[in-house]
Design a binder for this molecule. Structure first.
Ligand SMILES: [Zn+2]
Length: 211
């Protein structure tokens, strides 16, 4: 089934249906990410344990990144992994480069908790944000400031979700875990929501201009 077939008729609800597929294997390995490896955590958790127990991603997580990569027009050369984190210290997801591999790690206990073969706009938005860090070059070039880097990734996520058919409200569902006050690494929720809306509106204008 092509992506467009999957998306038709579901843009008004918060779930995207996948056709059923084989279950992912759950083999674990542990990687210790250094402070320099990790560029972004989705939620403001700078002190999360960087020794992360990883397993293969769910099919829904893998498909999410494949869709997003297709829309950007790039090969999805990211290592997507499911991670286990201590309760209360979850980054939700993070982007890192480790041994020259571009990682996107998501918390297996928080992300992709909806029914099998479905992807929520929130989960898609989180993955788009992490991809945004990689695509913008933040994982290799660094950014001017952590806050600028976060807003850039939020803008990219809003943009990508609009291209995939999300409404503004659906794109903003990823903001449910944002901190209202922000932190040293992450801007306050309102600023991040504004960045998502900005990216969404840019994509909307692009779609209208090229129609
Ligand atoms: Zn980030």
């Amino acid at each position: 089934m092509k992506l467009i077939d999957i998306l038709v008729g579901v843009s008004l609800i918060s779930l995207i249906q996948l056709t059923p597929g084989p279950a992912s294997a759950s083999e674990y390995e542990t990687i210790r990410f250094s402070e320099n490896d990790v560029v972004c955590t989705f939620a403001a958790r700078p002190n999360f344990g960087r020794e992360v127990r990883l397993s293969k991603p769910s099919r829904e997580a893998r498909k999410s990144v494949e869709w997003l990569s297709d829309y950007v027009g790039i090969h999805p050369n990211f290592q997507i992994m499911a991670g286990k984190f201590e309760s209360g210290a979850s980054p939700v997801a993070f982007a890192a480069i480790h041994d020259s591999v571009r990682f996107i790690v998501y918390d297996v206990d928080i992300m992709y908790q909806s029914a099998k073969n479905t992807v929520t706009w929130r989960d898609l938005g989180v993955m788009a944000h992490e991809m945004g860090h990689h695509i913008s070059g933040a994982t290799t070039l660094g950014t001017k400031s952590p806050h600028d880097g976060e807003l850039e990734a939020d803008r990219a996520a809003g943009h990508l979700l609009r291209l995939l058919g999300a409404s503004v409200e659906q794109a903003l569902s990823m903001a449910s875990v944002f901190s209202s006050e922000g932190s040293l690494t992450h801007p306050p929720r309102q600023e991040r929501e504004d960045a998502i809306i900005d990216g969404w509106e840019n994509a909307q204008a692009l779609l209208q201009a090229t129609r």
